[in-house]
Design a protein around this ligand. Structure first.
Ligand SMILES: Cc1ncc(COP(=O)(O)O)c(C=O)c1O
Length: 344
């Protein structure tokens, strides 16, 4: 086995529960798919004796129409997770310098290490990237997440321009971008060294089906397409994703609800004395002194993500996905009880 596997930590996939719980721990969309998506998925079941069309032309056409991007700039994968892995495969040789500003999504590090890259993890408080740091960076690849998981903030175009000048390639992970309306796809269309990663798991609520895509230069798109798993996205997942794009109004309505709840939760948590970071995603990051708070919530059927001493995030934090209004209300009420009990 390769030596590097001894130091690679497994990806922390979060908490799962079989029972009836309020799951606010994996930044999923709390709402069901549209009726059209359900129908498209079910109709596709009659075709699952066949392989999917390996080039995924229908899915690419739907994404292309949705974003006004040429089809041959689009590559697809089994969730944006697969695309993170493939981008590293396509771009990184042994000891290439890969810069991953922190605190951010841990999967970038796993694949950087797997490629035997020379990995640099500069820490920026609350992921406020400092433009000056990227002068003479001389990196092969820099990976930026905007809005960032777990801090929720976005990265300004000016900083991305600086990085793109000083790094041979720049990946911008836009898994949560629809909740922010600050996409950088136009930037990727302008510059051949910028690659955007997108997901159907968050805004389109298809986390269980595993569909992601990348927008890049044609050259990079065709390299990713060449090496990805040939049939990574299943037939029903393709049909559901295409249908989700066609039900965009349904998902835009859900987005409005999620954003309204995000802003309400931000205010309510602050009122309760929590330190909360402003967020442009579908989750909030709060600092907490209560060591047992996540367990207290879990015992009462509410799952949030406990983040403890992560690289660039010293101390104890909770990352709370924005749920439906009643779920958020239950969380707030339970947090109030926790605060009362721990004050006595
Ligand atoms: C920043 C970020 N990128 C990528 C992913 C992977 O998403 P998926 O593989 O479901 O598309 C996640 C999942 O939580 C994420 O938080």
């Amino acid at each position: 086995m390769r030596e590097i596997l001894k130091i690679i930590k497994p990806y922390d996939a979060g908490i799962f529960s079989e029972g009836e719980v309020i799951k606010l721990s994996s930044n999923e969309n709390p709402y069901e798919p549209s009726e059209e998506v359900k129908r498209a998925y079910l109709n596709a079941l009659t075709k699952i004796n066949r392989y999917p069309d390996a080039g995924y032309p229908k899915l690419k056409k739907a994404i292309s129409d949705y974003l006004c991007v040429e089809q041959d700039r689009i590559s697809v994968g089994c969730g944006s997770s697969e695309l993170i892995s493939r981008v590293f495969d396509v771009l990184i040789d042994d000891l290439d310098r890969v810069v991953v500003p922190m605190p951010s999504y841990s999967l970038y590090l796993l694949y950087a290490f797997l490629r035997d890259a020379s990995v640099l993890t500069p820490i920026f408080k609350n992921y406020e990237l400092d433009e000056g740091f990227f002068d003479d960076l001389n990196a092969k690849l820099t990976v930026v997440c905007s809005p960032n998981n777990p801090t929720g903030n976005t990265v300004k175009r000016k900083i991305l321009e600086k990085i793109a000048e000083n790094s041979e390639y720049l990946v911008i992970d836009e898994a949560y971008v629809e909740f922010s309306d600050e996409s950088h796809i136009d930037f990727a269309l302008e510059l051949d060294n910028v690659i955007i990663l997108r997901s159907f798991s968050k805004f389109f609520g298809l986390a269980g089906l595993r569909v992601g895509y990348a927008i890049s230069s044609k050259e990079i798109a065709s390299a990713i397409e060449k090496i990805r798993l040939p049939f990574a996205i299943s037939v029903p997942a393709v049909e559901a994703a295409i249908s989700a794009i066609r039900s965009i109004e349904y998902y835009e309505d859900l987005k409005k609800k999620i954003i309204a709840e995000r802003e309400r939760m931000f205010v309510e948590l602050k009122k309760m004395g929590f330190e909360v970071l402003p967020s442009k995603a579908n989750f909030l990051l709060t600092k907490t002194a209560g060591r047992d708070i996540a367990d207290y919530l879990a015992k009462r059927g509410i799952l949030v993500r406990k983040l403890e001493n992560l690289l660039g995030l010293e101390g104890l934090y909770l990352r709370i996905t924005i749920g439906k209004k009643d779920e958020n209300d239950t969380l707030l009420a339970t947090l109030r009880s926790y605060c009362c009990e721990s004050a006595t």
